[in-house]
Every structure is written in structure tokens, then in C-alpha cells.
Design a binder for this molecule. Structure first.
Ligand code: GTP
Ligand code: MG
Length: 679
């Protein structure tokens, strides 16, 4: 392990679709550079990247993990990000703080679309990235279609740097498109150079011309020379390549097999030559920076051994123990290598280090020695809105107190997790990006914070209202039980209000038949009744008028009139044709347009009313389908939407209105509700 780097490292995120081989690639990059002496595997659960208990148990990455290595005197921080679309926030928070990203993907045409959200984010923030087509151990099909699909989702020029060298069905090496040489892979070592097989020469020339044309898009003089058939020298091509990569103009494509360490040396060389240094990245992000030190938090961990750790990118200056950032003293500066935390004396601009026990720092915070907002245009990542929820409670009642602390920590570690106490259904909701996301959080609560949780389906906050009017419904409360009696007597008119009308209470008492001081008590009784109407749900959109009544000089009281008001409602509401109301949401579903028809069917199948669809704003090839959908159908919409759209479909939603629900569905809701009531 490289604990103290000689120079300030460059930082690179490994991102890409789920299970494409990012963690395996990290392991092999670390092994190839000597940062580790034994290669772990996903199967054996002993990789640096997937060291946490939750990652091991799921054999998938569940949060970002970092490691560092040195290659030919240059040092790198590598950040292995989870690929699951449900853990996207983790990637986005990392991506604004790195010098470049490696998109690791499989040579599978059906999975190209899964890269679209990441590529778009990188394009918007001008983060340089290269594409590493992994799992190129065997060839099943040429990459032509794959590359065409890739071109459709990026705004950068795709620059294919390597072509596979194939023998039988095995990929045994590659041909370098720039310097036109073949390389044969050697297990865990540098590749051997060889001649380009004659049958590949044609392909190579075509790819090389495309590559040069791609580069010339950003360099007029290169374009002029190409038009005159004046092929530039290698050195010149490299310079153009380097410039275009750093300026986020090209997306180089490399190939390999992480598991076999094939292509890993070539990848390291690319990182070494092309990834921009801190001065360039800091400028892109918003320099110049005035304070002695400026940094940005990209991840918060609560570790068992060292407590709270804020993983931060240093944009400017340096950090050591005792540095005061945003008014807080840095207790320790650490390097995280998977699960291992090692203290370092100082870290310089460009580095990513974990700052110990900075209690008030949150992921995304820009911090500095001046306490001022030092990067006026610092990239901020929006926190993804929750699209899936589960109701939770502590398994043991004694753990209720632990609950809020554990939830707070879970939310700090993962910004896209949130919690909400629903005042209508009295459930505590755990909210996030999907089933897997929430399951990971629940597992983390149990294993890391010792808090077993029970989960339930969130309840829909149904309401009820009435469709008919009744007049002069009497509620008479009379009790004689020795001493003072109780007497209250009211007559109510009850009528429906238009949707959204809420609750109205008026009195038309004349001649003091209900004395003035008891009228608020009647209202209390009426309103109290409305908490739970004849169907079992809160009553809304009703107007109640107190029209008549009587009292007793000695036995009447506020309590008696409250009871009378409630009795009148109890007698009247069932006669008013009560009806269930269900919440309806306006939902905007975003999908690549090839999925638009399926999504429309999905919405209709969920009792949705389609309002229309149009191209998604500034997303080439995507549509936004707008619809009104009942809340109960929105609750697990994401699960079906993802399976229909290869994982990339997303949506946002907002409450629109309450709408009558009748028939079998309504009967079921009412029955379930009455079964839940204590008898
Ligand atoms: N054939 C082949 N399999 C590979 C290669 N690289 C990784 N795999 C396998 O692909 C699976 C996923 O590998 P991971 O390294 O966990 O992939 P990942 O991208 O980190 O996955 P997530 O972080 O969960 O998104 C594992 O079974 C690996 O053994 C490769 O180069 N060739
Ligand atoms: Mg992984």
C-alpha cells in the first residue's frame, strides 16, 4: 500500500453500469502497480473495493471506496463507484471532484443505454472520461454496433484507440490505432509488441482516419493538413489527443479484460499521459481560489474504527492536522485504502483524503480556511428526489431511541436516502431510489448500527367525502347519573363541498336555542368526528351548519355539546353517500424514446391518464411522458419502469388532487382499513 505519496496524486473515478467490472479493474490496477501483492476476486469477497460487510454479502459495490497507487513515479487516487442505478448519487457526488473518469462497460449492445445518465452528467460538467470496454476475453460480435450506439449518447467524439487482436474466439491482444502496432497480452505483465496482421490493416486505417478526423474537429490546422493528405507525426497526434481529452472533447475507447489484467498496462499509460493535473481541474471547477486552502467533501463515512470521516478533494493549498476549515479543526488527515485508514502528515492540492471527526461537514460542502464561499461557481450536485419508500420501525421497542441517530447517520453517508414521518398515516418512511437501495440501508442499519428494522408497505393517505346533502340531523346527548346530568342537543345540515373545499362550519342559531358559549364545542365535536368517517378515513370537503338545538340550564356543558355534535355527524354522514378519495399524482416519466410506447402501456395498466409526451428537454433521443397516476400505483412504479427500460427510466412526481374511488378497489381499501382497526 502506498501510504504517503511523493507527488500530489491525480484522482480518477471508476464508474459504469452495474457489474461491468469496476471493482475487478481497481483490484487489477492496484495489483499491476504493486499497491497490493495478492489479487482478490469478487467471488472470494476479498477485493479492496468491496470490503464492507454489505458489499460482501451482496457481491456488489454499495458505496464509493478509494485506493491509491503509483505508476512510473506518478500517483493516482482511484475511486471505485457502485454501478447500480439506485446508487447513482454516490457516483455523482464523486464525479464533480475528480480529474477524470473511466467508464467501465461490457461489450454488450443492450447495455449501452445504461451509460446515458452518467455520460450526460460528465458532459454537462466537462469531466474528461475514457471508456474501457471490459470483459473482452472472448469475442461474440464485432464492436461496430456497440460503437454506433455509444456515439448516439455522447456529445464528444468517440476516439477508438485499440482494436482487438483475435485468434479463434479469443482476444489475445490489441492493435494500437495511433502508432499502428500490435500488442500481445502477457499475463500480469507488459504486453509483447508484434506486427499488425495483414487482414487488420484495412480496418486499422479506417479507424485511424476516423480518429484523426475526430481530433481535427478541435484543431483547424490539423484539419487543413488532413485535407491535404499531410499525415501528422506521432508526437503531434499525441499532443492533440492529450489536449482534446483534457478539454473534454474526445472520449477515448480502450479495451481489455480486467479479470485477466489484459489492457491494464495500456490503461495506466493513458491515465499517466492524459489525465489533467489539479491546476487544470481546479480551473475548470471555478478557480482562482483565494483562501489558503479550499476543499470539497465528496463522501461521508461513519467508520467503526475512526468515527466520522469526510472524504474531501483538495482544490487549493494543503491540509494537515490542526488546519481550520469552515471554523472546524481537522483532527486527522487520512488516506483510505478500501477499509484501511492510514494517517498522513499532510495532503496537497489535487489529493483526496479523509478528514477525521469534522462533525459539521456534509457531503457536497465546499470548505476553506476563510469561511467564505470561495468558489463562486463550485459545481453542486442536486440530491436525487426519492422515488421509492418503505415504512420502517425498530424491531424492538427499546431501540426507538437509537432509531433517529441511526437514520441520521445513514442519511449523512448517502444523501439520496431520506426519512419522513408521515403525519397522515403515522408511519416513518425510509425513502430512496429503489428496492435495492433501501434494502442496503436496512442491512446497514442492522449490521453497522445494531438496529434491526421491520419494514411495511407505506399506506396511502386515503380520504373520504360525501356526495349527498342531509338536513336537520339531530345529535342529542343526555345522561343522568346522579348529581349533575349531561345535556346537549343539536341539529345539523350537512352538505358536500367542491373538491379541495376542505371543511366549513357555520352556525345559524337564532333565539339562543344553543347558547353562544357552546357553539365552538359543537364545532369541536363535528371536526373530531371528521378524523375518521364512516369508511374509516379522514373526511374532507364537507360543509356543516348548526341550524337548531336545545339546552338545559343546569346540565348543559361544552363536553355535552361536543358529544352532541359528534353524534349528529355519526347519524348524518352515513346517509350522505360517503365515497373514498384517493390521491392522484402528476408524474413525468423520462425514458429513451425507444421505450415510449411500452411506458405508455405501463401507465395505462396502472390506471394512469396519459397527458401526452414530448422530447425530454436537452436529452437527445429521450422522451418525457406526462400522466396522472393514483398514488398507490406510483409507489412501486420504479421497479417495473426500470425492468422495462434496462434500468435507465426515471420519473418525478408531485401531488395533484384527490379523486373519487369506487367499485371493487374502493371496497378492498375500506375492508383492509376496517380489518386493521383494533376491535
Ligand atoms: N469474463 C470476465 N468477467 C469479469 C471481468 N471483470 C469482471 N468480471 C466479472 O464480472 C462480475 C462483476 O464484477 P465487479 O468487479 O464486481 O463489477 P462492478 O462493476 O464493480 O460491479 P458493481 O460495482 O456492483 O456495479 C464479477 O463476477 C467479475 O468476476 C472480465 O474482464 N472478464
Ligand atoms: Mg464494484
Amino acid at each position: 500500500m502506498a501510504a504517503n505519496s511523493i507527488t500530489s496524486p491525480r484522482s480518477i473515478a471508476l464508474i459504469g453500469p452495474y457489474s461491468s467490472g469496476k471493482t475487478t479493474l481497481l483490484e487489477n490496477l492496484l495489483f499491476a502497480t504493486g499497491a497490493i501483492s495478492r489479487k482478490g476476486t469478487i467471488k472470494d469477497g476479498n477485493t479492496v473495493g468491496d470490503g464492507s460487510a454489505e458489499a460482501k454479502s451482496r457481491t456488489m459495490s454499495v458505496e464509493v471506496s478509494s485506493a491509491n497507487c503509483e505508476f512510473l513515479g506518478d500517483s493516482f487516487n482511484l475511486l471505485d463507484c457502485p454501478g447500480s442505478i439506485e446508487l447513482l448519487q454516490e457516483c455523482l457526488d464523486v464525479l464533480i471532484c475528480v480529474d477524470a473518469a473511466i467508464i467501465v462497460c461490457e461489450p454488450d449492445n443492450t447495455k449501452v443505454v445504461a451509460m446515458a445518465p452518467l455520460i450526460r452528467f460528465l458532459d454537462i460538467h466537462h469531466v474528461p472520461y475514457l471508456i474501457f470496454i471490459n470483459k473482452m476475453d472472448r469475442v461474440s460480435a464485432p464492436l461496430t454496433t456497440f460503437l454506433r450506439l455509444l456515439k448516439e449518447i455522447t456529445s464528444r467524439a468517440i476516439a477508438v484507440r485499440q482494436l482487438p487482436l483475435i485468434e479463434g474466439e479469443e482476444v489475445v491482444g490489441y492493435v494500437d490505432v495511433i502508432h499502428k502496432r500490435a500488442h500481445r497480452y502477457v499475463a500480469d505483465a507488459k504486453s509483447d509488441m508484434a506486427d499488425v496482421p495483414p487482414e487488420m490493416v484495412g480496418d486499422l486505417e479506417v479507424t485511424r482516419t476516423e480518429l484523426l478526423e475526430g481530433l481535427s474537429d478541435f484543431d483547424d490546422s490539423l484539419l487543413e493538413r488532413l485535407l491535404e493528405d499531410d499525415i501528422p507525426a506521432l508526437q503531434e497526434i499525441y499532443e492533440n489527443w492529450h489536449g482534446a481529452f483534457g478539454a473534454a472533447k474526445i472520449a477515448p475507447v480502450l479495451i481489455g479484460s480486467a479479470e485477466l489484467t489484459n489492457g491494464v498496462h495500456r490503461l495506466l499509460k493513458s491515465l499517466r499521459h492524459d489525465v489533467p493535473h489539479n491546476s487544470i481541474t481546479a480551473d475548470r471547477v471555478g478557480g482562482p481560489m483565494e483562501a489558503d486552502c479550499v476543499a470539497q467533501v465528496l463522501k461521508t463515512y461513519h467508520t467503526a474504527s475512526s468515527g466520522r470521516m469526510s472524504l474531501a478533494r483538495i482544490w487549493h493549498g494543503s491540509i494537515k492536522d490542526g488546519t481550520i476549515l469552515n471554523g472546524q479543526r481537522v483532527a486527522s488527515v487520512n488516506r483510505m485504502f478500501g477499509q484501511t485508514i492510514t494517517k498522513v502528515s499532510e495532503a496537497l492540492a489535487g489529493d483526496i483524503v479523509a478528514l477525521g471527526r469534522m462533525e459539521n461537514l456534509k457531503t457536497g460542502d465546499v470548505i476553506s480556511t476563510t469561511n467564505e464561499p470561495v468558489i463562486p461557481k463550485a459545481p453542486a450536485v442536486e440530491v436525487l428526489s426519492p422515488i421509492y419508500s418503505l415504512a420502517i420501525k425498530a424491531e424492538s421497542r427499546q431501540d426507538e431511541v437509537k432509531l433517529s441517530d441511526a437514520l441520521h447517520k445513514l442519511g449523512e453517508e448517502d444523501r439520496s436516502l431520506s426519512f419522513q414521518a408521515n403525519s397522515e398515516t403515522h408511519q416513518m418512511l425510509l425513502r430512496g431510489q429503489g428496492e435495492i437501495h433501501l434494502q442496503i440501508a436496512i442491512e446497514r442499519a442492522r449490521t453497522k448500527y445494531g438496529l434491526p428494522l421491520i419494514t411495511e408497505k407505506p399506506q396511502v393517505p386515503y380520504k373520504e367525502t360525501i356526495r349527498k346533502t342531509v338536513s336537520r340531523i339531530q345529535g342529542r346527548h343526555k345522561k343522568q347519573s346522579g348529581g349533575h346530568g349531561q345535556f346537549g342537543d343539536v341539529f345539523l345540515d350537512i352538505k358536500p363541498l367542491p373538491r379541495g373545499g376542505g371543511f366549513e362550519f357555520t352556525d345559524q342559531i337564532s333565539g339562543g336555542v344553543v347558547p353562544k358559549q357552546y357553539i365552538p364545542a359543537v364545532q369541536n365535536g363535528v371536526q373530531g368526528y371528521c378524523d375518521e368517517g364512516p369508511l374509516g378515513f379522514p373526511v374532507v370537503d364537507v360543509s356543516v351548519t348548526l341550524v337548531f338545538g336545545s339546552y338545559h340550564a343546569v346540565d348543559s356543558s361544552e363536553m355535552a355539546f361536543t358529544a352532541a355534535g359528534r353524534l349528529a355527524m355519526d347519524a348524518g354522514l352515513p346517509q350522505c353517500s360517503p365515497v373514498l378519495l384517493e390521491p392522484i399524482y402528476v408524474v413525468h416519466v423520462h425514458v429513451p424514446n425507444e421505450f415510449t410506447p411500452q411506458v405508455q402501456r405501463l401507465i395505462s395498466g396502472r390506471r394512469g391518464q396519459i397527458l401526452g409526451f414530448e422530447p425530454r428537454e436537452s436529452w437527445l433521443g429521450w422522451d418525457t411522458v406526462s400522466a396522472q397516476i393514483p398514488e398507490i400505483e406510483v409507489q412501486d412504479l420504479v421497479i417495473e419502469l426500470r425492468s422495462l427500460t434496462k434500468g435507465v427510466g426515471s420519473f418525478d412526481y408531485s401531488f395533484d388532487r384527490l379523486q373519487e374511488l369506487t367499485g371493487k378497489l374502493a371496497d378492498d381499501v375500506v375492508q383492509t382499513r376496517s380489518a386493521q382497526k383494533p376491535s
